[in-house]
Design a protein around this ligand. Structure first.
Ligand code: NAD
Length: 656
């Protein structure tokens, strides 16, 4: 079936694209568009045209199956030039998403009209690219340079009303989009066709100083990603050297970036995130209907999980130990939601209705209607057993029972339940209402329905769900423990905490390991180490520096001293006392200290991650190397543009 059809209604032609699911700019669409434009040009009855899409959205991107293939004519830049050269005005009628090449097509049209729910954006930088079909040249000829830079270098889409405010669209459609577009056509039909954007003057060229500031700001935000900087340069070139030169420059840079390591890495992780949760064994399995969620424990994690669940429309019951803890849990959720309200993410009305969907209780009998319960109580096996015993007793037989434990054996938790087939691990990351990652831990006995329901819950929460098996620390914490050990070895062998952290930040992590430990607080892992001390293999190398810090009551940022010393503004400074402690420990163990370069530090960290990753794969804890990359990037700050530790060992991709 044709993906592009042309119909005539009075003197307005309607070009309709129907290329599900996202009306991508596939070859048939590009060819169909050129064909339709040729017909319109020849038809003297036609005075204007509307470009509209069937299905859920306007053109929302490129055809991924064409990635890595040799480009097939007509290529998108040429289609857009053809569109722009039409002597009859073309109106883009936008619903759903106009993204990437989709927005570039809309920019090639002479007018744009959109429904209120539409979103418009140029997300190419998220894949390590820049717009390659004129976006960097046409956009600053329609909206301010500042807005164009922000839209292109952030990759974030904007709402139709924001797009209207900045002049990106000409009119908002009320009622049926096609009718609104036809009404709009009547208002412009007797006017001359507007000058194509590429031939217009830029809206507001910036001075040299403003450009320097822009480049500095873009580079800072990009944290090592090259595409945003190259996009800003392309915008400047298009503004200062004229439309035609701008288009040539943009295309050259687009092609260069398409073959870059960063783009390959970003494309790898983009696809990995979309495929990692697809499990063949739950294909076709119908999940339970979810409407009420129980959360046991209203602490840091419980309150976050409750907030995330409330925000997507679930009724939530928090069970706590006493009235004070109930009140604290409720207050924490309210604080999170107030944050969403203040940032304009939810309205006051929605805040009120969401808060009304929350209740707290000390009585497990109140969980009789819960469809899924997440336990987030203290990390202690006897407490978990006690909680799951009560859940077995009070929850309906179909309810899925999940634990948010970080390290405990969920099989052991499940074993004591009446029906272990419905027990699963849902390992959220802190803050649970913000972090996208969720490890779904398959217990040995979890059945397909339980698994399917857990994935449906994750999907509803908008999380990236990664399936994994039961082991100490699952995928992420296990890899982190492994590389932390090697960082501690490096301390004794010659590196200092800030040198390791500096190397990690230079590599692209938002913060280094020791900085992160100080943020989280050192005493929790100290308690774990003390608990596990009797079971430690005495022949394994053990670094006691973290224990010494805690013995000196250096618990991290919250008390001003940890691996670093914190000034009155809370800024970390390397501490000579810690350096001396580290150096003395090497001497005590008879280790001759040596210098570590940044590269050596990163190589050590990467190989620790990769070795542990290989073990995790061999044991079947992770389904694929992609799963490990997705976890490390979304849960542990691994730089996205490096693709993940497993991708770096074997960048098998590059075809996308
Ligand atoms: P927390 O101490 O902040 O909260 C635990 C809450 O559980 C407390 O409010 C406590 O009153 C309540 N509680 C204890 N026993 C209870 C019982 N029998 N019935 C009802 N409520 C009870 O701890 P947290 O940081 O939220 O961690 C909770 C769980 O999540 C732990 O298993 C932890 O390992 C795991 N986890 C924590 C993080 C993190 O970053 N904090 C991340 C992932 C997973």
């Amino acid at each position: 079936m044709a993906t592009v059809t042309l119909t005539l209604a009075d003197d307005v032609a309607v070009i309709t694209i129907d290329n599900p699911p996202i009306n991508a700019t596939s070859h048939s669409v590009r060819a169909g568009l050129v064909d339709a434009l040729d017909k319109i040009e020849k038809d003297t009855a036609v005075k204007a045209a509307i470009l509209i899409c069937d299905g859920k959205t306007f053109i929302a991107g490129a055809d991924v199956s064409e990635f890595g293939q040799p480009p097939k004519n007509p290529i998108l830049p040429d289609v857009i030039k053809r569109l722009e050269a039409s002597t009859k005005p073309v109106i883009a009628a936008i619903h759903g998403h106009a993204l990437g090449g989709g927005l570039e097509v809309a920019l090639g049209c002479h007018y744009r009209i959109a429904v209120i729910s539409a979103k418009l954006g140029l997300p190419e930088v998220n894949l390590g690219l820049i717009p390659g079909a004129g976006g960097t040249v046409r956009l600053p000829r329609l909206i301010s340079t500042e807005n164009a830079i922000s839209l292109i270098t952030s990759g974030k889409p904007v709402s139709a009303s924001a797009a209207s405010d900045m002049g990106l669209i000409d009119a908002m459609a009320h009622g049926e989009l096609i009718d609104a577009a036809k009404d709009f056509a009547k208002t412009i039909i007797n006017h001359p066709c507007p000058t194509p954007l590429v031939d217009r003057a830029p809206v507001d060229p910036l001075g040299d100083d403003q450009w320097q500031e822009t480049f500095a700001a873009v580079t800072k935000k990009a944290r090592g990603q090259i595409a945003p900087q190259i996009a800003a340069t392309a915008i400047r070139t298009g503004i200062e050297q004229g439309g035609a030169a701008g288009l040539t420059h943009e295309r050259e840079k687009f092609v260069e970036l398409r073959d870059s390591d960063q783009s390959k890495a970003l494309r790898h992780i983009f696809f990995a995130e979309r495929s990692v949760g697809k499990l063949p064994d739950i294909d076709g399995v119908k999940p339970n209907t979810l409407s009420e969620i129980g959360v046991i424990g209203g602490g840091i994690m419980g309150a976050g999980i409750a907030t995330a669940s409330l925000l997507v429309g679930f009724n939530v019951k928090i069970i706590e130990r006493n009235e004070d803890a109930c009140a604290t849990g409720q207050a924490t959720v309210e604080k999170h939601l107030t944050g969403s309200l203040k940032r304009g993410l939810i309205s006051q009305e929605r805040f009120d209705s969401v808060m009304a969907s929350l209740s707290t209780s000390m009585d497990y009998a109140d969980l009789g209607n819960a469809d899924l319960v997440v336990e987030a109580v203290f990390e202690d096996m006897s407490v978990k057993h006690d909680v799951f015993g009560k859940l077995s007793l009070y929850c309906k037989p179909t309810a899925v029972l999940a634990s948010n434990t970080s390290y405990l054996d969920i099989n052991e938790i499940a074993a004591k339940c009446v029906n272990p087939a419905r027990v699963i691990g849902l390992h959220f990351f802190s803050p649970a209402h913000i972090m996208k990652l969720l490890e779904i831990v398959r217990t040995d006995k979890a059945d397909a329905k339980t698994l399917a329901t857990a994935f449906a819950f994750a999907h509803k929460l908008g999380k990236i769900a990664v399936p994994c098996g039961v082991c100490d620390g699952f995928i992420g914490n296990r890899i982190m423990s492994a590389y932390r050990k090697h960082c501690e070895y490096m301390l004794e062998d010659g590196a200092l905490p800030h040198q390791i952290d500096d190397a990690m930040v230079a590599f692209g992590f938002p913060m280094g390991l020791f900085d992160m430990q100080d943020m989280a607080g050192l005493e929790i892992s100290w308690a774990t180490r003390k608990r596990l001390a009797p079971f430690r293999d005495p022949s394994e190398r053990y670094v006691a520096l973290g224990d010494y810090l805690c013995e000196m009551e250096r618990f991290g940022k919250k008390n001003g001293l940890g691996w670093y010393r914190y000034d009155e503004n809370g800024k970390a400074q390397p501490d000579p006392d810690v350096d001396a402690l580290v150096i003395a420990e090497s001497a005590k163990k008879g280790i001759t200290r040596r210098d570590f370069t940044h590269d050596e530090i990163i190589e050590t960290i990467l190989s620790a991650m990769q070795n542990e990753g290989d073990k995790i794969l061999a044991e079947g804890i992770a389904n694929s190397p992609d799963a490990i990359d997705v976890v490390m990037i979304n849960g542990y700050g691994f730089p996205r543009h490096k693709g993940g530790p497993m991708f770096l060992t074997n960048p098998h991709h590059g075809t996308r």
